[in-house]
Design a protein around this ligand. Structure first.
Ligand code: RTP
Ligand code: MG
Length: 140
């Protein structure tokens, strides 16, 4: 088992409902450590660039609009197999398919307003962490 870092985003539907503490508790209960965190307002350009891989998808424009509709909390989570561990803690993209006890089952409003983002692999994690954080801002 390897210690990894992954990029997490608490999305606007969750910041609007004041759920950041409850969501952070889920990460900490499962052994992930929040080693960097900041609350920011994404610009259209930032959200568009962050989700560039989805540019051709029908939901891209809506997704960028949603992600800029309010503040987000971007964070780096660290722990054993943190990338896969976080995907499990989050649950399925569509909350209708998310397992009991996951963040999306408990808190997500819809397939789009699904409360959290988590990097989906090691390359994405490296790219996404450096998209938001300088090395000096991450303290393990
Ligand atoms: P994420 O990237 O946010 O961790 O979520 P994911 O891997 O589970 O989902 P992905 O397929 O990468 O989609 C990115 C985000 O786009 C929104 N989405 N909307 N309307 C739709 O059909 C639809 N599908 C996806 C969600 O906010 C999803 O998390
Ligand atoms: Mg994804």
């Amino acid at each position: 088992m390897a210690t990894e870092r992954t990029l997490s985003i608490i999305k606007p539907d969750a910041t609007r409902r004041n759920l950041t503490g409850k969501i952070n508790a889920k990460f900490e209960e499962k052994g992930l450590r929040i080693v960097a965190q900041k609350r920011i307002q994404l610009s259209q350009a930032q959200a568009g660039a962050f989700y560039a891989e989805h540019k051709a998808r029908p939901f891209y424009n809506d997704l960028v609009a949603f992600m800029t509709s309010g503040p987000v909390v971007v964070q780096v989570l660290e722990g054993e197999n943190a990338i896969a561990a976080n995907r499990e803690i989050m649950g399925a993209t569509n909350p209708a398919n998310a397992a009991e006890g996951t963040i999306r089952k408990e808190f997500a409003e819809s397939i789009e307003a699904n409360s959290v983002h988590g990097s989906d692999g090691p390359e994405a994690a490296a790219r996404e962490v450096s998209f938001f954080f300088a090395g000096t801002e991450i303290v393990g």
